[in-house]
Design a protein around this ligand. Structure first.
Ligand code: FAD
Length: 231
């Protein structure tokens, strides 16, 4: 559908990686269909993942005892956040859909992407108290996790050694994205590209491209406890 804007937040060090290919085919497919597909290529940007005092320009509201969440909230309101955060917030604000492309690290996102979440999705911008989950400030937007694993699909079943893949999605999709209001589309999980045949990897890439062709027709998942733990 034309007129839609997509932001891809991409966290892999190597363009020739499977994640790099997933990102590349998405860019190619989306740019055929949307007005704008913007990109945050976090390693290439050398994105700062640490949430520190440096994120606030000017005076702190409490210079005696530094409290990141409070200072980031105050700085957001005063437009005193550092420019790299403001730029990422601008990209999120403009997007109808944010796609996160990354390899699973310790059942979670790589540190550089975790840092993006810590710093960009600050109080005031993405949420407030009250003003979270279905009232989160990003409630008019969609989000989608596209990730790769080292483990196989069988390992990520209820009976498998890693447990159901939905368990590790709870903190990311529910505790982070839904908390900020995002409507969450079903994840795109490419299981075990390193242990898959070349042909299987091609199938994973083409099923991603196929999915993107009709992504705007998809309904978000019901991001509730039962989706994760009783499905
Ligand atoms: P790559 O090794 O880059 O790619 C796999 C293969 O695909 C390569 O042979 C590549 O050449 C090939 N390829 C690239 N492009 C194409 C293309 N266009 N067509 C066909 N083939 C192509 N895994 C877990 O399951 N759970 C964890 O908790 C976990 N924690 C981790 C923590 C750390 C710190 C690290 C480093 C890894 C962890 N892993 C874990 C493993 C990690 O998730 C996988 O190594 C990663 O997902 C593999 O993706 P990749 O893009 O790096 O693969």
């Amino acid at each position: 559908m034309s007129g839609k804007k997509v932001l891809i937040v991409y966290a892999h060090q190597e363009p020739k990686s499977f994640n790099g290919s997933m990102k590349q085919v998405a860019v190619e497919e989306l740019s055929k269909r949307v007005h704008e597909a913007s990109m945050s290529d976090l390693y290439t940007m050398n994105f700062e993942p640490r949430a520190t005092r440096n994120d606030v320009t000017g005076a702190l509201s409490n210079p005696e005892v530094f409290k990141y969440g409070v200072e980031a909230y105050e700085a957001y309101k005063k437009k005193a956040l550092t420019s790299d955060i403001l730029e990422e917030q601008r990209k999120v604000q403009e997007a109808d859909l944010v796609i996160f492309q990354f390899p699973l690290y310790w059942f979670s996102v790589p540190a550089i992407l975790k840092g993006w979440m810590d710093r960009v999705l600050c109080q005031g911008f993405a949420l407030d108290v009250p003003g979270f989950y279905d009232s989160g400030f990003l409630k008019d937007k969609l989000a989608l996790l596209s990730l790769t694993t080292g483990g196989t699909a069988e390992m990520y079943t209820k009976a498998g050694v890693n447990g159901d893949f939905r368990y590790f999605l709870w903190p990311l999709q529910h505790g982070t994205l839904h908390f900020c209001g995002f409507k969450v589309l079903a994840p795109q999980i490419s299981f075990g590209p390193e242990v898959s045949s070349e042909q299987k990897r091609k199938v994973m890439l083409s099923s991603w491209v196929q999915r993107l062709k009709s992504i705007w027709k998809e309904e978000p998942i019901h991001c509730t406890r039962s989706w994760y733990f009783q499905g």
